[in-house]
Design a protein around this ligand. Structure first.
Ligand SMILES: Nc1nc2c([nH]c(=O)n2[C@H]2C[C@H](O)[C@@H](COP(=O)(O)OP(=O)(O)OP(=O)(O)O)O2)c(=O)[nH]1
Ligand SMILES: [Mg+2]
Length: 133
C-alpha cells in the first residue's frame, strides 16, 4: 500500500526552548487537535520543497534552515501515513496562523498538555525530553 506522505515542521525559537504549534481548523480531519504545521507532499515535489511551501502557506514564514528529525509510519482507518518531521531552526518572519487558525509558542516541556493526534505521540515524547536536540 502506498502511504500518504506528510511533512511537518517543528519550528523552534533561537534558544530551542519553545515550539510554534497551530490548531487544526474546523471541518478538516482531526478538528480541534494541535499540530505541527505542514501537510501533504505533492507530486514531483521533494519533502523539503513541500515543507517550505506548506510553512509559507500556513504560518507565513520563509524557511532558511531545516533538518530532518524523524520519520514515522502510522496506519489509521485503512490509510497508511508516512510522516517526516523536520526541525526548523532559522526562518524569516514571525509565524502566525495565516489561514485563520490559532497559533502559539509554547515551551517544549509543556507540549504534553496539548492534545495532538495519536500519530504524534512518539515525536512529542521525544522532543519534550530535555536535550533531545
Ligand atoms: N500537518 C500535520 N498533520 C498531521 C500531524 N499529525 C497528524 O496526524 N496529522 C495528519 C492530519 C491530516 O490527516 C494529515 C495532514 O494533512 P493536512 O490536512 O495538513 O494536509 P494539507 O495541509 O496538505 O491540507 P489540504 O491541502 O489537504 O487542505 O496528517 C501534524 O503534526 N502535522
Ligand atoms: Mg496542513
Amino acid at each position: 500500500m502506498k502511504p500518504l506522505k506528510i511533512v511537518a515542521g517543528i519550528i523552534l525559537n533561537p534558544k530551542r526552548t519553545e515550539v510554534f504549534i497551530t490548531k487544526r481548523h474546523k471541518n478538516v480531519q482531526k478538528t480541534g487537535y494541535w499540530e505541527f504545521p505542514g501537510g501533504k507532499v505533492e507530486t514531483r515535489e521533494s519533502y523539503q520543497e513541500a515543507l517550505i511551501r506548506e510553512l509559507k502557506e500556513e504560518v507565513g514564514i520563509v524557511v532558511i534552515k531545516l533538518n530532518h528529525f524523524e520519520r514515522s509510519i502510522y496506519k489509521e482507518q485503512g490509510t497508511l501515513f508516512q510522516f517526516d518531521f523536520f526541525l526548523v531552526s532559522l526562518f524569516e518572519n514571525e509565524p502566525y496562523g495565516r489561514e485563520g487558525q490559532k497559533g502559539v509558542w509554547i515551551k517544549l516541556s509543556n507540549l504534553k498538555n496539548y492534545r495532538f493526534p495519536k500519530a504524534n505521540i512518539s515525536i512529542i515524547d521525544r522532543i519534550s525530553k530535555k536535550n533531545s536536540f
